[in-house]
Design a protein around this ligand. Structure first.
Ligand SMILES: NC(=O)c1ccc[n+]([C@@H]2O[C@H](COP(=O)([O-])OP(=O)(O)OC[C@H]3O[C@@H](n4cnc5c(N)ncnc54)[C@H](OP(=O)(O)O)[C@@H]3O)[C@@H](O)[C@H]2O)c1
Length: 297
């Protein structure tokens, strides 16, 4: 006959379950995805630097050092920045030169136009001779050309080229540039509660074998506000140890996604986010349940 647990037994069992969950989240090789253009494997969780490292002061450099160290310690490599994220490139450059192992990182930046001076400034601020990924920021027009980016890649200035947008009104332009220019990467706004990219950009990227980075994976923190005060549902604990992992694993559950780039200035959040590279990913049925759940809030 089943007996009720005492409060102490319940607490012990809950603690053991939490330890097991955390082990589930951290064991095994981290999830990597191949960049279609080369087959190079990229750890599937990276770091976004908009709004977090944009002021070049001591406090920011300390936070950036801790976050980059957490990224590398947790098996991550990808750091996404831009020439227009305030001082973020300079902060990253200083931290990579002094405190965090820059050679272990995969540095992606963006320029606004195919302007050689802008790219030279990014290289100088990042203190690198070569970029891993150079992206044309915020594609708006279907006829925008990547000819100059292709020249730069041929000259060895960057290893990969890409395009980005988080403006849904620009999705037709992104589709047109993707189809014509066939960049190595496309970076697009995609999160559990904003899934337009699933129907439009992800198929277009797959068609031309572009790697996909998902910008705004938490909707600039909107998803955390939506679940504020709520426990992770029991059915999600099989694959997620935190809300951050729940949101990121929804995206990684789509094999067309190469990497997610959540922004954070907090090293504990970085470690939490990197946990999404471990343990099982939600299957299609679980992903549908995640969509229904977020839609019900
Ligand atoms: N057009 C473009 O190309 C474009 C546009 C926008 C963004 N992006 C890229 O996408 C990246 C991500 O976007 P984003 O940073 O604006 O938004 P986001 O990643 O959707 O959300 C960032 C927010 O989530 C919080 N957060 C992160 N990890 C957390 C965790 N484990 N637990 C709780 N809160 C957590 C952060 O606060 P804490 O600092 O406190 O962790 C921050 O407030 C950008 O950094 C940028 O690299 C590209």
């Amino acid at each position: 006959m089943p007996t009720r647990m005492t409060r102490r037994e319940f607490a012990a069992a809950a603690g053991a379950a939490m330890v097991a969950q955390s082990a589930l989240a951290q064991t095994g090789a981290p999830i990597t995805r191949a960049i279609p253009a080369s087959g190079e494997l990229l750890p599937a969780v990276g770091l976004g630097t908009a709004n977090v490292f944009n002021i070049d002061d001591e406090a920011t450099r300390q936070k950036a050092t801790a976050v980059l160290r957490a990224l590398v310690a947790g098996g991550g490599r990808l750091v996404d920045t831009s020439s227009v994220y305030g001082d973020a490139e300079s902060v990253l450059g200083d931290v990579m030169a002094s405190a965090a192992p820059g050679d272990k990182l995969f540095i992606a930046t963006k320029c606004e136009t195919p302007d050689a001076d802008e790219v030279k400034r990014s290289l100088s601020r990042l203190k690198v001779e070569k970029l891993d990924l150079l992206q044309l920021h915020n594609v708006r027009e279907p006829q925008q050309s990547l000819a100059q980016f292709k020249d730069w890649k041929a000259q060895g200035l960057c290893r990969y080229i890409g395009i980005t947008s988080t403006y849904h009104g620009s999705f037709p332009a992104v589709e047109a540039v993707l189809a014509r220019e066939q960049p190595d990467f496309v970076q697009i706004d995609y999160s559990l509660d904003d899934r337009e990219a699933e129907q439009r950009i992800l198929p277009a990227a797959a068609e031309v074998k572009s790697a996909v980075l998902t910008a705004l994976p938490f909707g600039r923190g909107r998803l955390f506000r939506a679940v504020h005060g709520r426990e992770l549902p029991d059915w999600a604990r099989a694959f997620a140890g935190s809300w951050a992992q729940f949101f990121l694993k929804y995206l990684l559950g789509d094999p067309r996604v190469t990497a997610v780039i959540p922004g954070t200035a907090d090293s504990a959040h970085m470690t939490d986010n990197l946990g999404a590279m471990h343990g099982p990913l939600p299957d299609p049925e679980q992903r549908q349940r995640m969509v229904a759940f977020i839609g019900s809030l």
